[in-house]
Design a protein. Sequence first.
Length: 277
Amino acid sequence: MKEEEGKFSGAGGLEIFWRAWLPDPVRAVCMICHGLGEHSGRYAEVAADLAQKGLASFALDHRGHGRSGGKRGHVLAFSEFLDDLDSFRRLVEARAAGKPVFLIGHSMGGLIAARYAEQSGAGLRGLVLSSAALRVDVDAPAIKLAAGRFFSKYLPGLTMGNGLDPQMISHDKKVVDAYIADPLVHDRVSARWFTEFTAAIEAVQKEAGKITIPVLCMQSGDDKLVAPRGAPEFFERLTVKDKKLQVWDGFYHEMFNEVERAKPAALMLEWIEEHLR
């Protein structure tokens, strides 16, 4: 499998890094959106799964993440993620040469992917969501939330720890240890990122009916980082007939890095295969 990498100009001219895993021959292409605080390099195993079916993988590092530019964990508007993804899509489609293109999103990347599908999904063959951030239980006093809104307005770039426990990403200790040791993983979020993120969740739930492409929505049942109830809420709001919901009981957040990762990987491959016929 051939690997490539490159950069493109995202929203506001910010430099965005991408990488690709290319089997030979290529039957279709998958664009991958990673989660909060991580980067595209953590999806090599997912790309290897996809390559078994002749599916090429293209993954970007979101702004403020990985090898892309921008302050760590910061955006001024959630639309910057969507604009970057749209530019990336044009790059990918030029390389795909007419082959079907699927969009895969995990966690925050799932929120980005779902919101993009609502606004610009026409022409994509399908959407795959993995523990997407479709609902997050914010356990914070009202005064802290009010402070967050204040800083978002007046000090939008103020950053803080995201409060996510790495032990909750997977039951596989090797995965957790590698995540903690990864120099490209960070735990920062800005005040503006937080208000934009929570607003995007409300918007994506409200406008789920705008999605017109097939959807595979998978959720880890024992997810401590996003609220598992968000997936069925979103699924019920989808009006597209071609949709499937799968909850993986007992799984922590990163289903594709879990001890039984073969199960969600197999379902994803089966679902994509069905939508290539």
